[in-house]
Ligand binder design. Structure first.
Ligand SMILES: Cc1cc2nc3c(=O)[nH]c(=O)nc-3n(C[C@H](O)[C@H](O)[C@H](O)COP(=O)(O)O)c2cc1C
Length: 182
């Protein structure tokens, strides 16, 4: 038997993907927020879209600064990922509270990447769409890097690293070793 799913929870039927941390900064403010709603949108030029609630402090900073960094956290950062997705930068400095390290990025001048993460995509905002209570920030990736022990031949080697996936609410799962299809 199939039961009707509440419209507000439809995203949970399709959004069981990897969790990322968005870092952003404007003037003397900086912030980190946890994000599960994002997607690649173009290969050339390389484009990504992230959906952030309009009320979030990150939305405020990204709207003003017009750039952001996607940071990929390993499973060992799960508690910090939850903290960055529960606390708001309107009230606290999440770099301080989580002890995550803001490090100078490769191409963006003042927006920090998060040292403890294993991959980074530096993005410049090229468009913003307003959809309901969220903004979709469309970014062009101007630089990306990843730990070469874990990102080999242009794939995450999930036999070596556990990535964080989110089912919704308080439920998470880890990536499992990949299977090569022959
Ligand atoms: C696992 C997880 C995934 C999340 N994904 C999103 C998301 O994709 N978009 C969003 O707007 N908020 C998302 N959130 C909620 C924000 O991260 C959270 O409300 C945060 O406190 C906003 O912080 P800010 O006000 O400092 O930007 C997520 C939270 C968690 C725990």
């Amino acid at each position: 038997m199939k039961r009707e799913v509440n419209k507000e929870r439809i995203s949970r039927l399709i959004n069981c993907g990897m969790v990322i941390l968005i870092s952003c900064a404007y003037k003397d403010k900086r912030n980190i927020t946890t994000c599960a709603w994002y997607m690649p949108v173009s290969r050339v030029p390389s484009g990504v879209g992230i959906a952030l609630a309009k009320k979030h402090f990150s939305s405020e900073l990204i709207s003003k600064k017009q750039d952001f960094i996607i940071n990929i956290p390993p499973w060992s950062l799960l508690d910090k990922v939850i903290a960055c997705g529960s606390l708001t930068g309107w009230e606290v400095d999440k770099f301080k509270i989580t002890a995550l390290t803001g490090e100078k990025a490769h191409s963006l001048v003042s927006t920090p990447k998060i040292s403890e993460c294993i991959g980074h995509i530096e993005c410049v905002v090229i468009d913003v769409k307003e959809i309901g209570d969220h903004f979709i920030f469309l970014g062009e990736a101007i630089y990306a890097e990843a730990e070469d022990n874990y990102f080999r031949d242009n794939f995450w080697d999930t036999s070596c690293v556990d990535l964080i996936f989110h089912l919704g609410g308080k439920y998470f799962f880890k990536s499992s070793p990949y299977i090569e299809f022959k």
